[in-house]
Design a protein around this ligand. Structure first.
Ligand code: ADP
Ligand code: MG
Length: 476
């Protein structure tokens, strides 16, 4: 039997090392410092409260065995914890905690202090008023799988979400990370998974939370000295859905606490679903250990939907609201707004509102006006031909004139404007633009662009033309 705390602990470590993975050993046992051995009680110092809990939760049996092997059947373990949130006073605070098994620990009268100045010790396992069944899932019932239109753009994400929903925690997709640009359905899909799980497994605790909210809750918990409650709350969730995790970037403490919650849930076979606006490789300001965990399961991306899918989404939405629209209007909307589903839905709503407010029939013209007025410039590349057409329509010129070599004043100006916008809005070379506009060379195009710029600075009316045209070109 050992007689100093160091030798006793070293002997324990030897056995522990043989029984767990090297990674786990490095993470959870190397940072421990033995402090004393008195009356068969070995005191070890651990870096944080969380650390202590983790040991108790995950290594209690092993610890008990090695302590008893080393110190005899009366051997006990106590923890000394260096409190985290107190940089001015870093004196280790000792709590005498017998190593108990999980069940005993839950009922144990002693527990961890919440801060150094508090003599009153509160049991973190008892959160007043909090029962498992009380957890509000925060799921939006209209974001269901039924309402989520499938397309090439979302097939993988949808299918993996579906698999996860049927077997939460039981697939290789843990965590499931859904990523993609704004308004492409990440939040919708995340809710759909949660709703489906709730329907199939009513006893599972499902929680949807935005990462921003999570971060705020954590800050509040620090302020109120209730980080334990916070951690325990999240650790008892069966299916945790965190939306927009990219928001954690640069927030070290939040990442830290999330890391621990993540580990706990994952180790216990709980399902984690995350969404992000970018894939893990592109997330900056995120801790490496967290990023590597994000990659453990499956990352599935949501792309921008194809035209057919956009039409189907609009139709589904109309059907859901009992609305009917002329087919050409639906197609026009789907065609004009091609990057973002949320914006497309917004356009539909605006159109409906306009029509009912002004008691107008919904026609393609109304749709065009509305898109002109309300929809933000969508990043679609226009072609030289298209620019020429819009410019000619605007000045009421036949397009052949613009393409010809004529030097008529009105035509020259329209042609210069078309060149100017072609240079500004397409990736075409000057030479290519010139060849489309009456077979001019690149120097002529450059000259045209300068002339247009100059005129727009000196001629108010001309400036209005340009602004009008630009609007038409960017919106259509
Ligand atoms: P994100 O979270 O990616 O920014 P959301 O999930 O909030 O996007 O989606 C924006 C809107 O588009 C929501 O109203 C959502 O219902 C709708 N939407 C997106 N993708 C689809 C889809 N495939 N089927 C039906 N609606 C969709
Ligand atoms: Mg979202």
């Amino acid at each position: 039997m050992s007689n100093t705390h160091e030798s006793a602990w070293n002997a324990c470590l030897k056995v522990i090392k043989d029984n767990i993975s090297l990674q786990a050993f490095k993470t959870w046992f190397e940072p421990i410092i033995p402090v004393k051995l008195e009356d068969n009680i070995l005191t070890i110092q651990v870096p944080s409260h969380f650390f202590y809990e983790w040991l108790e939760e995950n290594y209690i049996t092993l610890l008990k065995k090695v302590i008893q092997k080393e110190l005899g059947p009366e051997g006990r373990l106590e923890y000394s914890i260096v409190m985290e949130n107190n940089s001015t006073n870093s004196t280790p605070y000792t709590v005498k905690l017998p190593a108990l098994n999980k069940k005993e620990l839950k009922n144990a009268p002693v527990s961890m202090p919440l801060n150094l100045n508090e003599n009153q010790i509160r049991n973190p396992f008892i959160i007043p008023g909090l029962k498992k069944v009380n957890v509000e899932s925060n799921l939006n019932p209209s974001y269901s799988f039924d309402n989520f239109v499938e397309g090439d753009c979302n097939r993988l994400a949808r299918a993996s979400g579906f698999a996860v929903a049927n077997k939460p925690g039981g697939t290789a997709f843990n965590p499931l990370l859904i990523y993609g640009g704004v308004g492409l359905g990440k939040t919708h899909l995340a809710h759909a998974i949660g709703i489906s799980i709730k329907n199939q497994f009513p006893n599972k605790t499902v929680l949807y939370v935005g990462s921003e909210k999570f971060a705020h809750q954590f800050i509040d918990a620090i302020k109120n000295q209730s980080t334990n409650d916070f951690i325990h709350f999240y650790q008892m969730i069966d299916v945790l859905i965190i939306d927009d995790v990219q928001f954690f970037a640069g927030k070290e403490k939040t990442q830290d606490v999330f890391f621990h919650i993540f580990n706990h849930l994952h180790q216990n076979g709980k399902q984690i679903i995350l969404t992000s606006d970018k894939p893990p490789v592109e997330m900056q300001g995120m801790e490496q250990r967290l990023l590597s965990r994000f990659k453990w399961g499956l990352s599935a991306d949501l792309g921008a939907p194809e035209l057919e899918t956009r039409i189907a989404i609009l139709e589904k939405k109309m059907y859901g609201n009992g609305i009917e629209l002329p087919k050409d209007v639906v197609e026009y909307l789907a065609y004009s707004i091609n990057t973002n589903v949320r914006e497309m839905e917004g356009a539909l709503n605006t159109l409906l509102a306009q029509a009912s407010l002004n008691k107008k029939a919904i026609t393609i013209d109304l749709a065009k006006q509305m898109v002109d007025k309300f929809v933000k410039n969508t990043a679609r590349e226009v072609s030289i031909e298209y620019i020429q057409k819009v410019v000619c329509d605007y000045f009421d010129l036949p397009i052949e004139m613009l393409k010809s070599k004529t030097r008529k004043r009105e035509v020259v100006q329209a042609r210069q404007i078309a060149m100017f916008f072609s240079k500004k809005m397409t990736k075409s070379s000057l030479a290519n633009i010139g060849s489309h506009c009456g077979g001019k060379d690149h120097a002529t195009v450059l000259h045209a662009c300068r002339t247009v710029l100059n005129l727009s600075e000196t001629d108010k009316q001309f400036k209005v033309y340009l602004e009008d045209l630009e609007k038409k070109l960017t919106i259509q």
